[in-house]
Ligand binder design. Structure first.
Ligand code: FAD
Ligand code: NAD
Length: 476
């Protein structure tokens, strides 16, 4: 067994969106950087999360749109046929191109890549079990931990049975399931429910809370549930799953609700009840006093842990479980580890959900804003009143803006076309502390979806142009 020692200024553990961004930023700032990755460059997000799920959702949306083409004069003379293995190959190509690009970027920035599992022995000593079977000892002045997360395995029986899948498996299905029971109605479940429903699967969502995507604005959550129900997705809320078992050829999910026990039968069961931090390989640091809470590594706003010179970012810290936050935390950690002073600010974090229509929000929901007290103005502008949306047959949903007493933007939520891109306007406005007046004074191009954001802001101010408001004000 060959043992070789190498010295780095900064060693990053894990090459997901948190880790690879931290490594590139640290290298840009002049540090000698190494990164250790045990499974795949790009982590969960690029390999089994954000990117593959969006490739498959894109395919499912295109497939579903065929049903709408006739009314626009496009006659599809044969019904479209869907082939799952080809779709998975398309998804694999997307993933390969992106992860290959990230590997090239790391190399171009001079980052040394070690493919193997890191065992962090001490704050400046890491032993790597390389994929070729050899072991490498690496020394570093600073560490950035970016080990990411794994799915939560809920404590009920039946998880290991046939046709019980987690989100990773959903990216590589051999065929379209005839029916699927989703345990959990959170973000992963609604995105995958939307995808499989569009491909022809009979989908049932079983959620223990009173609503699906329960962290979102109540009106948005209800609108998505209505939209899903119209498409034939069955939703059971206030229903807690307690077991999965076989029932002949089918799977049976047993759950408890206020009106007693319920059972749901389907061909497949998707378990999507949240994710948990993955502290694999960090035992040495735990012994050295690394502070952890509820299974997550604790980091301050500079992303430094309880051990000086050891930083932690992304899902391992588990503040938001979002890739774009992991990336920003990566930049902050890299800057602090190279002697600069950067701090994380979590007040403006956009939350995208890639269903169709999409959901995106930032800041407070209306209920959260009202709970804080004070004067609140919250109004919605419907997509049906937006010319571009009408022309594009994208009239479902609305944009909601929540303003405070002085026109400050407290939050915004969009349910509709391109919501996940559009939310950036409100994110930027909130970050720059712009008021509603400044959003309204900005000329938005016509005809675009972006006009709906201005109109929703006008509506919250009390004087929208493109919807009638009985008590419209000259100015609020
Ligand atoms: P990860 O991406 O999990 O990367 C951690 C890496 O560390 C892994 O590659 C792992 O192999 C490696 N590692 C762990 N331990 C060791 C060790 N000891 N030695 C070496 N390597 C190690 N977020 C969004 O913002 N938008 C989305 O659209 C979105 N979609 C998602 C869809 C799905 C199905 C899932 C599951 C998640 C999705 N997420 C999305 C969440 C997003 O994937 C995560 O928030 C993000 O990947 C976290 O990045 P990270 O770098 O902290 O960890
Ligand atoms: P989640 O926390 O969003 O949802 C899990 C849901 O499962 C919750 O609503 C919970 O009440 C429910 N649940 C738990 N136990 C249950 C039981 N026994 N019976 C019925 N319901 C039960 O978690 P997730 O959907 O697994 O996603 C994990 C994380 O991944 C998310 O927090 C999200 O940030 C991230 N993610 C983000 C995106 C995106 O940004 N578009 C996409 C996918 C995943």
């Amino acid at each position: 067994m060959a043992t070789d020692q190498q010295q780095f200024d900064i060693l990053v553990i894990g090459a997901g969106p948190g880790g690879y961004v931290a490594a590139i930023r640290a290298a840009q700032l002049g540090a000698r950087v190494g990164i250790v990755e045990k499974q795949y460059i790009g982590g969960t997000c690029l390999n089994v999360g954000c990117i593959p799920s969006k490739a498959l959702l894109h395919i499912a949306q295109v497939y579903a749109q065929f049903a709408e083409l006739g009314k626009m004069g496009i006659q599809v003379t044969q019904p479209p046929a869907f082939d799952m293995p080809t779709a998975v190959t398309y998804k694999d190509k997307v993933v390969k191109q992106l992860t290959g690009g990230v590997a090239q970027l790391l190399k171009a920035n001079g980052v040394a890549i070690f493919e193997g599992a890191a065992d962090v022995r001490a704050p400046n000593l890491v032993s790597v079990q390389l994929k070729d079977g050899t072991t490498r000892e690496l020394r570093a002045d600073k560490l950035i931990l970016a080990n990411g997360s794994v799915p939560i395995r809920p404590p009920f029986p039946g998880l290991d049975g046939r046709n019980v899948i987690f989100s990773d498996d959903a990216m590589n299905m051999p065929k379209v399931p005839e029916s699927l029971i989703c345990i959990g109605g959170g973000i992963i479940a609604v995105e995958l429910a939307c995808m499989f429903n569009a491909l022809g699967t009979k989908v049932t969502i079983v959620e223990m809370l009173p609503a699906i995507i329960a962290n979102e604005d109540e009106e948005v959550s209800k609108a998505l549930a209505r939209s899903f129900t119209k498409r034939g997705i069955e939703i059971f809320t206030n229903t807690r799953v307690e077991a999965i078992a076989d029932a002949g050829q089918a799977k049976r999910v047993t759950a408890s609700a206020a009106d007693g026990q319920k059972t749901f039968d389907g061909e497949y069961v998707l378990v999507a009840v949240g994710r948990q931090a993955n502290p694999a390989g960090l035992d040495g640091l735990a012994r050295a006093g690394l502070k952890m809470e509820r299974g997550r590594v604790v980091a301050n706003e500079q992303m430094e842990t309880s051990l000086a010179g050891v930083y932690a970012i992304g899902d391992l810290v588990g503040r938001t479980w979002l890739a774009h936050v992991a990336m920003t935390e990566g930049e902050v950690a890299a800057e602090n580890a190279t002697g600069h002073d950067a701090r994380m600010d979590y007040t403006v974090v956009p939350r995208p959900i890639f269903t169709f229509p999409e959901v995106a929000s930032v800041g407070l929901s209306e209920a959260q804003a009202r709970a804080r007290g004070g004067e609140i103005h919250a109004e919605k502008f419907p997509w049906v009143a937006n010319g571009k949306a009408l022309a594009s047959s994208e009239t479902e949903g609305f944009t909601k803006v929540i303003l405070g007493a002085y026109g400050e933007i407290l939050g915004a939520a969009i349910f509709g076309p391109d919501a996940t891109n559009l939310i950036t306007e409100f994110s930027l406005a909130m970050r720059a502390e712009l008021t509603a007046d400044e959003v309204v004074a900005t000329i938005h191009p016509h005809p675009t979806y972006s006009e709906a954001l201005r109109e929703a802001t006008l509506a919250a101010e009390g004087h929208p142009i493109h919807i009638f408001m009985r008590q419209a004000t000259a100015q609020r």
